[in-house]
Design a protein around this ligand. Sequence first.
Ligand SMILES: NC(=O)c1ccc[n+]([C@@H]2O[C@H](COP(=O)([O-])OP(=O)(O)OC[C@H]3O[C@@H](n4cnc5c(N)ncnc54)[C@H](OP(=O)(O)O)[C@@H]3O)[C@@H](O)[C@H]2O)c1
Length: 273
Amino acid sequence: MKTVLITGTSSGIGRAAVLKFQKEGWNVIATMRSPEKETAFNVLDNVLIVALDVQKIQTIENAIQTGIERFGQIDAIVNNAGHAVFGAFELTSEEQVSKIFDINVYGPMRVLRVILPYFRAQRSGVIINISSQGGRVTFPTCSIYHATKFALEGLTEALAYELIPFGIQTKIVEPGSTATGFVGAAEITTGQIPAYEEFIKIGLGNWAKYDTMTSLPEEIADVIFLASTDKSEKLRYQAGKDTELYVGKMQEGDDQAYVRYMRERFIPEYLAK
Ligand SMILES: NC(=O)c1ccc[n+]([C@@H]2O[C@H](COP(=O)([O-])OP(=O)(O)OC[C@H]3O[C@@H](n4cnc5c(N)ncnc54)[C@H](OP(=O)(O)O)[C@@H]3O)[C@@H](O)[C@H]2O)c1
């Protein structure tokens, strides 16, 4: 019986992933910041709930140790926990920048530092890093969020080469817009610069207007499970119809045509007349 450890399972995609792996017969180490609040996973067979805050290395060490003691070994890790800050970069505080990088980039790095010695010793393991279509393409008003997901993509792509000698597989799952509380929980920058306020209103307004291709978290969980089990060399797994549109447009190859397309779609008010 295989075992997966997933971060950020209190809600959304992480929660759906716990249920998917459990249903498929895996042991699941369901980690979250506040396990005392969890009431549903406790009754599921082969699900171990453990405290893990990706900003605190000791909780990661403890969760991995506890999971191995309970299930014998860990076969896959899903770095899912994430945070969003939306708005103009100039309006983003140092604290907001530090926090989002600490959760979205340094968090998965901390998890990797702890799990890699185990994976190297057992000469196997699958790492699934949950990026975003926002790790491949950018949308107006999400600059600092994109910076974190582009960083995670670069790290993961390079690791996919680096870890080959140890039999460790490294994968990226890129969800598109997904019906979770993620956007609602995002920090929105506030500022006193009217031109930015207008820009953000237009950018977010057009985003909402086109946001009609939203996936369910269960659909993303299916893709995470596929990436964990298909044993292929495939690196990137797009998850969601909107990723096909935006990443597909970018992959058509004409970089300036793609940038023009995104400007026309999301901020037409700012096109040169
Ligand atoms: N929803 C989308 O449209 C979308 C699109 C592309 C990519 N994604 C990515 O998908 C992943 C999951 O997001 P979601 O949509 O499922 O949103 P979500 O329901 O808000 O889930 C985010 C999870 O991350 C956890 N978390 C935040 N900070 C943490 C920390 N320091 N340590 C451990 N856990 C922490 C949250 O736990 P608490 O309950 O403790 O806050 C929550 O369980 C994220 O990486 C996100 O970037 C989402």
